[in-house]
Design a binder for this molecule. Structure first.
Ligand SMILES: *Cc1c(COP(=O)(O)O)cnc(C)c1O
Length: 367
């Protein structure tokens, strides 16, 4: 069976802005500036303004954005960093690469995001930082999480890889924490044609440190003050991202409208639709429902050529690399989410007829 409705359609997104993207690419090729140049600087200014913070620093990926943010704040060996157990692996991987230890906290089952009480229960004398992931495009409870961070003097890093354009109590994702870490991987709401990432911050000294860390710890040629990385944002990706940024608001609104179609088409069925926290704007990076019949739904969709995905089948405390070192803690909500979640297609170029077709297939599978 060929796939008639994929999870994402990057080529269609390219065709939708082909003239502008081609022009941007040719402008960069003709300029001869390929790494750290005017396109990257302009994208940094544009993303900073969009998020509502003074500084943004481009880098190679969302994973590096997390790593560089933690290192810029001095997190390292001996420190503990609390992360939710139900997220993409990179959230914890970045912590481990600093030498610090990720400590897995359970999630709020309604939002799939880090639970503030679970976070507080994980705090020890060694805890230095918290990574709040805004999973599937919805912000974590940033007011409650910020309060825990203030009380225990912890650094707050937001993993905004899935949430560019989301907000919470009127502030955008990436504007709440000490750092906001973004990914422009081709599947994300703002997507490059390769790898790219960015870090937002309010603090000028952090921004300066980040600029050095992404460039071999150097801000003067051949003078290296820190051990850094080669994690620069290239000009071709920056130029493509600047074109696509002009459509982000519209595309996020489309995602919200399609989510509303799903809600109407799936109402009354024996499944849990995604909860929308009224305190914020959900940008539906994924439309993720919960059902104990999810494997049957998934099989029925596959038979009809409709893609679906399980994000994420194994929570981080059960990943071999972490679980083999010590017995996994008991995190019942993360385990339950991994057993029941199912994400349906929700790209910005999908039409409502496709959503209605998917809803009919889900309905048939459940009745
Ligand atoms: C995609 C993603 C990352 C990593 O971003 P890359 O650009 O792929 O390195 C980190 N955290 C979350 C939650 C993600 O979805």
């Amino acid at each position: 069976m060929t796939i008639s409705i994929p999870m994402i359609d990057p080529a269609a997104e390219y065709r939708a802005q082909q003239t502008e993207i081609d022009a941007a690419i040719h402008r960069v090729l003709a300029s001869g500036r390929f790494v750290l140049g005017p396109e990257g600087e302009a994208l940094e200014r544009e993303v900073a303004a969009y998020v509502g913070v003074p500084h943004a620093v481009g880098c190679n990926s969302g994973t590096d954005a997390l790593l560089l943010a933690l290192v810029a704040a001095g997190v390292g060996a001996g420190d503990e960093v609390v992360v939710p157990a139900f997220t993409f692996f990179a959230t914890a991987e970045a912590v481990s690469h600093t030498g610090a230890t990720p400590v897995f906290a359970d999630i709020d089952p309604a939002t799939f995001n880090l639970s503030a009480p679970a976070l507080e229960a994980c705090v020890t004398a060694r805890t230095r930082a918290v990574i709040a992931v805004h999973l599937f495009g919805q912000c974590a409870a940033l007011d409650a999480i910020s309060a825990v961070c203030r009380k225990h003097k912890l650094l707050l890093v937001e993993d905004c890889a899935q949430a560019l354009g989301a907000d919470y109590q009127g502030l955008r994702a990436g504007a709440w924490g000490d750092f906001g870490c973004f990914s422009f991987y081709p599947t994300k709401n703002l997507s490059a044609t390769g790898d790219a990432g960015m870090i937002t911050t309010r603090e000028e000294p952090y921004a300066q440190r980040l600029r050095m860390l992404r460039h071999h710890g150097s801000d003067r040629t051949y003078v290296h003050e820190h051990l850094g990385w080669n994690s620069r944002l290239d000009e071709l990706q920056a130029a493509v991202l600047r074109v696509k940024l002009t459509r982000l608001e519209r595309y996020n609104d489309t995602r919200r409208r399609l989510a509303h179609c799903y809600r109407q088409g799936l109402q009354g069925l024996a499944l849990n639709l995604p909860y929308e926290d009224p305190r914020g704007r959900h940008v539906y990076h994924q439309f993720t429902l919960r059902s104990d019949q999810r494997d049957a739904i998934r099989a029925a969709l596959a038979r009809a050529g409709v893609a679906s995905s399980i994000y994420y089948p194994i929570p981080l405390h059960r990943q071999p690399v972490y679980a083999l070192r010590r017995p996994p803690p008991s995190l019942p909500e993360s385990d339950a989410a991994a057993r029941s979640v199912l994400s349906l297609p929700i790209g910005p170029l999908l039409d409502e007829a496709s959503i209605e077709r998917i809803c009919a297939l889900v309905r048939a599978a459940l009745t």
